[in-house]
Design a protein around this ligand. Sequence first.
Ligand code: KG4
Ligand code: ZN
Length: 341
Amino acid sequence: MRILGIETSCDETGVAIYDGGAGLLGHRLYSQIALHAEYGGVVPELASRDHVRKLVPLIRELLLDLGLTLKDLDGIAYTAGPGLAGALLVGSAVANAMAFALDIPVLGVHHMEGHLLAPMLEASPPSFPFVALLVSGGHSQLVRVDGIGRYTLLGDTLDDAAGEAFDKVAKMLDLGYPGGPRVAQLAAQGSGEGLGFPRPMTDRPGLDMSFSGLKTFTMNAIAAGPAEGAAKQSHAANIAAAFQDAVVDTLVIKCRRALKQTGLRTLVMAGGVSANQVLRSRLEQSLGQMKAQVFYAQPEFCTDNGAMIAYAGYCRLVAGQRSGYTMTAQPRWALTSLPAA
Ligand code: KG4
Ligand code: ZN
């Protein structure tokens, strides 16, 4: 079964084709970063309009590159949520129209399930059951995963998501958008030692997280530092490092706790923040000590992309699941409400 995957939930237009026998055949990504940069964040209406402009040409390019035609497709998967309503509707409309015209099945995929399954595209994929740490711009969750659609929520953020905190700190430091990679880059030039950043909610039991206090702490630490010149620059680098250390430590502590609580020895990390190199290496080091293994996707499949949607869609379409040609866009959608496949 050969599936076209379409991702348009936020500021990336992603398309990919996944084949049940040969694996991922190819993918294409168009990022809207330049479009939103001057506004310091994603402008939903501009995002929708750009998906309208880019999606169909991107699908055409991908098919051409692969030497395929529309007739070679056996199904279409698109991100049906969560995400920006207008942006989701573009992918949903194109996917449903194409599938209807081609008389092939179509399925709306959960964006976070796409992230969660992205590490399955790697050469040595994890096997079920495992604990997943989902860390993106909108989510920070720990989930027990017993199979596709067999998800138990273990912990969630009470306020900001980890990626959202990175983005807000980037704004405070005038690093622009997108924040995560820029904070990480600046952090590499500084040291967070001695700045006393807290590790939120690690002093009490449980797997829930909270990053908004850390954000306020960061704002105060910036205000308390030098106001200009080279001293301001090096203080900013130290703040970035201290903030990143605090987020990484907090996530590592929660992951260790989730593994202990479930008795599982496999952790899968997914979502945009899982591209963070410091998080990857500290998690590997720390979980290695407890004889647990960490899996994640290659960096380009950690952030939004079409490949993860094609793969998640494939897993469900091959199991016979279909949406019918009813256009779906669910800006809010709980991962735990999905059926098993
Ligand atoms: O999964 P994703 O691409 O989109 C959502 O589904 O939200 O995640 C985007 C988030 C942004 O908040 C971005 O700042 C963060 O992931 N991010 C990072 C890194 N790369 C992306 N955060 C920290 N370090 C990175 N290297
Ligand atoms: Zn995402």
